[in-house]
Design a protein around this ligand. Structure first.
Ligand code: ZN
Length: 446
């Protein structure tokens, strides 16, 4: 069993017991933060921080949003490098990390030496849970050291003692050559990239990806890897026997969730440093961690010194898919359903684009090319009172005029499963730009 857990004590502590221990840290954490961070001094004014361990008091502690962090960083009542969010002297910061920031100004986060140690430990736990061991040879495909998936991931792989092969930032051809030469057995990348790379490997290397030695694919950074058809594409593309979905956030902790070998959902792997809550995204009310519960994940970094966050609204909508696991880890198992920002309203019902994608891919993967997307009248359209236009690419051998009843069957399946009407429109292969990988709906086929 020595090799079963990264942190046997915390990984197997009953979930309620872990929560109680975490709540026990809140009073001292908030009291310190109110003194050290001008942003939180103001934010916590009036909160009885000495009673923050009580669930009632905690539930009244204000949330922190990404916009708050951005504003807190821009406000500079001192000479702090990271604005009013910062809770330590500049000299105590040993590293700065940036949110990848697809929109707006990036937000920067600092690490003290102690923060760096806690990141190493928790992110290592994520990768260990996902299957990385001392004898693993791990290709890291992230290209940017400054983001959470860059240097922090690289550090954590080395913390486990695995062999880090940081191939990110190079051409696909070079990455493939290096992976072949060094007999890489574990690949870390986004789900889209893992699929794209598998599809390109034979073309650039002359050898299909399933003839390289990758047997574990660790994928994160976007929802989708919980979906069986997507997993199967990655598994067969690489000839892998293990797919591990992982999730973290640079604003909080770059690694917090990971799938164990059972592959039934992601465990929480950052309990020593981060408190996670589920809340109703509309009302902000706490939601209990029970089977099939869902809500927005909200995080508190109760050990963080340089740039702590309190009740941070992640916008990640997660569902509890299990509460016990044969591996012995005691945290709930979750899947990320999508971003609460992506949530649409169809006739007063909430629906995630990813849920529509999952129904289509589940039932029709063999009949469509891969990419699909919802068409909105304008970029921020959220409400739909008519059927939602759903564009789907066809395989090269098909033309939009010869699809028979496929459109009807897809529309019926979505209606039956989600009670949502979509209006399917078929497109020729290649019509949806590849650059839209991050689009919530896009399912990347071969
Ligand atoms: Zn497990």
């Amino acid at each position: 069993m020595a090799d079963a857990y990264w942190d046997a004590e915390f990984d197997t502590m009953p979930w309620d017991e872990l929560r109680t221990w975490q709540r026990g840290q809140f009073a001292a954490f908030l009291a310190g933060l109110a003194k050290s961070s001008p942003f939180y001094a103001q934010r916590l004014d009036g909160v009885p921080v000495d009673q923050a361990g009580s669930t009632a008091v905690w539930a009244a502690v204000p949330f922190t949003t990404k916009d708050d962090l951005r504003a807190g960083q821009q406000a500079a009542s001192t000479d702090a490098l990271l604005g009013d969010l910062q809770g330590v002297d500049n000299g105590d910061i040993v590293q700065v990390v940036a949110s990848s920031g697809t929109t707006g100004v990036p937000v920067f986060f600092g690490l003290t030496d102690a923060d760096h140690q806690s990141w190493l430990d928790s992110v290592a736990n994520m990768f260990f849970t996902a299957g990385v061991r001392r004898d693993s040879v791990v290709a890291l495909t992230t290209g940017m050291p400054l983001v959470a998936g860059g240097m922090p991931y690289a550090d954590a792989v080395r913390r486990i003692g695995a062999t880090l092969v940081w191939v990110g930032g190079q051409t696909t051809a070079r990455m493939a050559t290096i992976m072949q030469k060094l007999k890489v057995d574990t690949l870390i990348g986004t789900a889209s990239f893992a699929t794209f790379f598998a599809g390109r490997c034979e073309e650039v290397l002359g050898v299909p990806a399933d003839q390289l030695s990758v047997h574990t694919v660790i994928a994160g950074g976007e929802p989708g890897m919980g979906q069986e058809a997507m997993r199967e594409r990655v598994r067969s593309g690489w000839g892998a026997d293990r797919i591990s979905e992982v999730m973290g956030l640079c604003d909080v902790m770059p690694g917090m969730w990971a799938e164990c070998a059972e592959g039934r959902g992601m465990h929480f792997t950052a309990g020593r440093n981060v408190f996670v809550e589920l809340v109703d995204p509309t009302t902000g009310e706490p939601v209990p961690w029970e089977f099939d519960a869902h809500g927005e994940a909200v995080y508190t970094t109760f050990t963080r010194q340089a740039t702590a966050v309190v009740r941070f609204r992640s916008r990640d909508h997660v569902r509890v898919v299990g509460t016990d696991c044969p591996c012995g880890r005691t945290s709930p198992l979750i899947r990320c359903v999508g971003r609460t920002d992506d949530m649409l309203i169809y006739k007063a019902m909430n629906v995630f684009p990813s849920a529509i994608r999952d129904v289509v891919v589940d039932g029709f993967a063999a009949e469509i090319a891969g990419p699909l997307r919802l068409r909105k009248a304008h970029a921020d359209q959220v409400r739909f009172d008519e059927a939602i236009p759903l564009e789907i690419e066809l395989p090269e051998s098909h033309s939009p005029g010869s699809t028979g009843d496929l459109g009807d069957r897809i529309e019926t399946a979505v209606l039956e499963r989600l009670r949502v009407r979509v209006a399917v429109e078929f497109l020729r292969r290649g019509a949806i730009p590849v650059g839209e990988y991050k689009n919530a709906l896009t399912y990347v086929g071969q």
